[in-house]
Ligand binder design. Structure first.
Ligand code: IPE
Ligand code: IPE
Ligand code: MG
Length: 245
């Protein structure tokens, strides 16, 4: 078992997690899928507090994808209700730990109540800087890239920017993730080894970590294990190993 004391130097600045496996966790015990989502919120609390303990500055959680709108209506309703309730319940944790809440995605697609609750917590935590917790809600990377291209195109059309000045920085500024650094470590639970339309641009040089643990079973020690694993890797960014040392 890895403890936070073992994770001294070289902490990833930005950790992103694809929280997967709630449905299978519930099915395994003969429960409705919604029970899995409900129990998934316990794992969210574990990683949020664990990330603060590990001194991670940016934690981004994939909570609901643009594709998840294709799920049965009842499951979507349950998920949105769980979102509202857990935002209410977790707000004190954010204040206690000085966590700034942030959200990315097509937030206008969320039910009114969820949106209201979300913006209230975002507003009340906006001064905190110990950690930025970003929830990806109704988020899809391709949708984000389309929105970005549209916004930049309008600026080109209105002569606000000239095409040859479009660079990585300009694109970063127009993404939902504007202001967040690139992802250093991407974790996915439940044994699936795919990206599912999450942060395609932002994970260009992220280290990927897959674990078979189902999301509701994910504890802070699993987060520490992923960070420890990350710390054993050599990030070369195209260079040779010799150039780094
Ligand atoms: C992740 O768990 C939660 C969301 C996608 C909202 P799933 O609901 O995808 O669980 P599995 O993959 O069916 O086990
Ligand atoms: C990805 O999980 C989205 C979230 C974790 C919110 P899914 O369970 O929706 O992914 P796929 O469809 O199996 O790839
Ligand atoms: Mg899934």
């Amino acid at each position: 078992m890895i403890t936070k004391e073992q994770l001294t130097a070289n902490i990833p600045e930005h950790v992103a997690i694809i929280m997967d496996g709630n449905g299978r966790w519930a099915k395994k015990q003969g429960f409705f899928r919604a029970v899995g989502h409900e129990n998934g919120t316990k794992a969210v609390r574990e990683v949020v507090e664990g990330a603060v303990d590990a001194r991670i500055k940016y934690l981004t959680l994939y909570a609901f994808s643009t594709e998840n709108w294709k799920r049965p209506k009842l499951e979507i309703e349950a998920l949105m209700k769980i979102l509202v309730n857990s935002l209410k319940k977790e707000a004190p944790t954010f204040h206690k730990n000085q966590i700034r809440l942030n959200a990315i995605g097509n937030l206008d697609a969320l039910p009114k109540k969820a949106k209201k609750e979300l913006f209230e917590v975002i507003e009340s935590t906006k001064e905190y800087r110990r950690m930025t917790l970003t929830l990806a809600l109704s988020y899809g990377s391709r949708e984000e890239l389309i929105k970005t291209i549209q916004e930049i195109s309008i600026k080109v059309k209105n002569s606000v920017i000239s095409p040859h000045l479009i660079n990585e920085e300009v694109i970063n500024e127009h993404l939902y993730t504007s202001g967040l650094p690139d992802v250093d470590l991407l974790i996915r639970t439940s044994g699936e080894q795919r990206i599912s339309n999450f942060l395609l641009w932002q994970i260009a040089y992220a280290e990927l970590y897959f674990t078979d643990i189902l999301w509701p079973d994910f504890k802070r020690t699993h987060l520490f294990e992923a960070i420890y694993n990350y710390q054993q890797r050599e990030r070369r960014f195209g260079k040779t190993s010799e150039q780094l040392s």
